[in-house]
Design a binder for this molecule. Structure first.
Ligand code: ZN
Ligand code: ZN
Length: 374
């Protein structure tokens, strides 16, 4: 039945335009107008794990103006659309609806209506929910090119960014979560694995498929639930960074403490969307990964100083206050102000010290949640 829907969508599209889906992908001319605001993407691939509460939505922006959206969260305060607009997105070259649960697709119909869509990927499964029906109607209304998300396909995105889908591997699952599209992205020496809500069964199949799933950054499966991130899977991915999408005080107790423990035992640095105002933003230049200009992953050999590094050292020289004992610590790059016991303190050489919160604010620093919550 679901295959029929996809075929119908494709058929309608072909009838109206008389061309195949492949031709739908716009040529390079589109890129210039698709550039994001500011130049933060130039030379980089920027991955934003958007804070959409107990849900998931991830925006990937490539140096050449290409954009990919994985899931569209829950409809909370227009968070997804606002974020896309704030990032200057006009076209989404690739959209992936990992699986039909509402915490992953509830804003998808709006996204489809509001942006030009290149290719849309979803697994071969349907859902009777209104949210799912709205998404499918929006796809049909706009004659979007829909492809089946499945193991072993390459997803054309950006010339130097390799994207490969490694799940779902099977046709039928008891649990909708296991239909989740799982995507591995590689840019230069750096790599990311996006897992949706794939659980242990899917993880086992992925391992059996022999696909390369190693990644510097693991988007932890199913919001950090203990039903995902099995030992063997985690060992194979071997990430140094983990990112979990989940809301504050959610009904599921996500992330589960078993998952956090596994990550901690392996010394994996974990970021959670709920701790950020807007998103966990990671930026790869192909060799290094930064979080808000803080170096968090270093690959390859670090011969030359990159643009970002030189920007950071310029800023260091501008610093008005030198390191002295103080209660509050500012991050010179992000301008966030932390209490001295916060777990998100910047690297030693990116710090500036203040005696009071007000002193920091006077210097243009914004209190982090560690201060706001006290
Ligand atoms: Zn979910
Ligand atoms: Zn789910």
């Amino acid at each position: 039945m679901n295959t029929k829907i996809i075929l119908a969508v494709c058929l309608i599209f072909s009838m109206l335009t008389g061309c195949t889906g492949v031709e739908m992908t716009k040529a390079a001319g589109q890129e210039a107008e698709n550039k994001t605001a500011g130049n933060s993407v130039s030379g980089n691939v920027v991955v934003s794990f958007i804070n959409v509460g107990q849900a998931e939505s991830i925006l990937i922006q490539s140096y050449d103006g290409k954009n990919m959206l994985i899931d569209a969260g829950e409809t909370i305060d227009n968070a997804v659309i606002d974020y896309l607009n704030g990032a200057g997105v006009k076209k989404l070259d690739v959209v992936i609806a990992t699986h039909p649960h509402s915490d992953h697709i509830s804003d998808m119909a709006n996204v489809i209506k509001n942006y030009e869509i290149g290719t849309f990927y979803m697994p071969d499964v349907t859902h009777t929910s209104k949210t799912f029906e709205k998404m499918v109607s929006a796809l049909e209304d706009k004659n979007v090119n829909v492809e089946e998300a499945k193991n072993g396909i390459d997803v054309p995105f950006s010339e130097n960014v390799k994207c490969r889908m490694v799940a779902p591997c099977s046709k039928f699952y008891d649990d909708l979560n296991n239909y989740s599209a799982v995507l591995r992205m590689e840019y230069g020496d750096t790599s990311f694995l996006f897992t949706g809500d794939a659980e242990e069964q899917s993880e086992r199949e992925i391992l059996a498929s022999g696909e390369d799933i190693s990644a510097d950054v693991l988007n932890v499966g199913h919001h950090g639930s203990s039903s995902s991130t099995s030992e063997r899977f985690l060992e194979k991915v071997a990430p140094s960074i983990a990112v979990i999408s989940c809301g504050i005080n959610n009904d599921y107790g996500h992330p589960h403490k078993e998952t956090i423990q596994k990550l901690n035992e392996r010394g994996i640095t974990t970021y959670i969307t709920r701790d950020e105002d807007k998103a966990v933003i990671l930026k790869s230049d192909g060799e290094k990964i930064y979080k808000e200009n803080e170096l968090i992953v270093q690959k390859g050999n670090s011969g030359e100083e990159s643009d970002i590094e030189s920007k950071i050292s310029d800023k260091k020289e501008d610093r008005a206050v030198s390191a002295a004992d103080g209660e509050f610590i500012g991050n010179v790059n992000t301008k966030k102000l932390h209490s001295s016991d916060c777990t998100k303190l910047p690297n030693e050489n990116n710090r500036v010290y203040f005696k009071t919160v007000q002193d920091g604010i006077n210097e243009g620093y914004v209190p982090h949640s560690c201060i706001k919550n006290n």
